[in-house]
Design a protein around this ligand. Structure first.
Ligand SMILES: [Fe+2]
Ligand SMILES: [Fe+2]
Length: 390
């Protein structure tokens, strides 16, 4: 997602740039998607070279941006403690939960015909292992994504030029530290194994951090990654019957709703100053982020760990499982309306609208955007009110 500012590129040339950055000309090329793998799974430190301006502002006028100031006040009162505000004493039996979930959803295998696949001979034990590994994988990726958010918001504190945004972003740094902490604690003490970062996710986080423009950090993290996280946490919150995870997600979502609002409110002010060609770069950035996020949900590392070549099973799951397609598109239910609200869908020749149509997610364009949803998702304040009146 490097800048092409200053160079006039024709539409086909720009499309070629996008294809090159994504490493394929057909966005749905499964072979190309699963060939993107983590080649250094023992890596402990990962550094992303980047160059950006650290911005002082001498304009200290507080609440010059009243909506950001309100969000900041809200965030100060909605802090919670990962160690003491969640019921960590809860016993979690991961295998029993996987079985109960399968029973509630029509059994293992989701009614698909696996006779021509490596899963033909699978017994219940194999299916339970798939459920357990999928959960380990999913929460590991959430944890890595949360660390990405921690780094991005620390960056925003430095690079955004507005004092109200610096104040607010500083509260988000604390929120994201807490999120990394809770997902890691849940994985370590309640589940049964971590996964390294998925390469599609890591490439996306790298792209966001490599870009020197402060608004791109916002677009990549606050709109795209956070928007997807909010939808995914909401989905998991609905599905899980495990009380600790449910409460954990409820509190994390209360924070995430503020984070997405922060992105929408800030970029709404900034984008009207941009030229058509600058907006097109933001559209491409949003599209490439969307593709990388969709691709990571194939959980190819889970299949590899179970000894099943992803290429042999993913085509069946992709084609024959409407629920999976529905889940994957639902992940975009916050992103698409927020992009619309920011004017990105229809900027210039509507390039992003066409791409989201291709990805099969355009139907969410008129769903509620996330500019004010944080008020209704404030679980922390709601619980404190209940505790006070008890
Ligand atoms: Fe977070
Ligand atoms: Fe967040």
């Amino acid at each position: 997602m490097s800048s092409t500012e200053g160079k006039a590129r024709s539409a086909p040339e720009r499309q070629e740039d996008v294809n090159r950055r994504l490493g394929r000309s057909d966005v749905n090329d499964l072979e190309a998607i699963v060939s993107v793998v983590n080649t250094d799974t023992d890596e402990v430190i990962h550094s992303v070279p980047s160059e950006y301006d650290t911005i002082f502002t001498w304009d200290y006028e507080k609440a010059a941006r009243p909506k950001l100031a309100k969000l900041y006040e809200k965030a100060k009162n909605a802090q919670w403690n990962a160690e003491t505000d969640l019921p960590w004493e809860t016993d979690v039996d991961q295998e029993s939960l996987v079985i109960a979930n399968a029973v509630a959803n029509g059994g293992f295998g989701m009614g698909l015909d696996f006779s021509e696949t490596p899963l033909a001979k699978w017994n219940e034990k194999d299916w339970v292992r798939l459920g357990v590994e999928s959960q380990n994988w999913m929460l590991s990726q959430f944890m890595h994504g949360e660390q990405g958010a921690l780094l991005c918001t620390a960056r925003i504190v430095e690079s955004v030029p507005w004092i109200d945004a610096k104040y607010y972003a500083s509260t988000q740094v604390m929120d994201e530290a807490r999120h990394v902490e809770v997902f890691n604690k849940y994985l370590t003490t309640k589940l049964s194994g971590h996964y390294p970062v998925n390469t599609h996710l890591r490439l996306l986080l790298d792209d966001i951090l490599k870009d020197s423009r402060w608004d791109m950090t916002y677009l990549g993290m606050q709109i795209m990654v956070e928007g997807l996280a909010l939808a995914a946490f909401g989905f998991m919150f609905q599905m899980t019957t495990e009380p600790l995870l449910k409460q954990l997600l409820r509190y994390v979502m209360a924070d995430e709703a503020r984070h997405v609002a922060f992105g929408v409110l800030s970029l709404q002010e900034f984008y009207p100053q941009l030229s058509a060609s600058e907006l097109r770069e933001r559209q491409e950035f949003a599209y490439e982020a969307a593709v990388r996020m969709r691709d990571r949900f194939l959980q190819q590392e889970v299949w590899e760990r179970l000894g099943v070549a992803p290429k042999k099973i993913l085509p069946l799951l992709m084609q024959d499982l409407p629920e999976r397609r529905q889940f994957q598109s639902l992940l975009f239910s916050k992103i698409v309306p927020n992009c619309k609200k920011l004017g990105l869908l229809d900027a210039a020749d509507g390039w992003l609208r066409d791409r989201f149509t291709e990805l099969g997610v355009i139907q969410f364009e008129d769903w509620a955007d996330t500019g004010g949803e944080y008020e209704s998702l404030d679980a922390v304040s709601a619980d404190r009110e209940v505790a006070k009146s008890a």
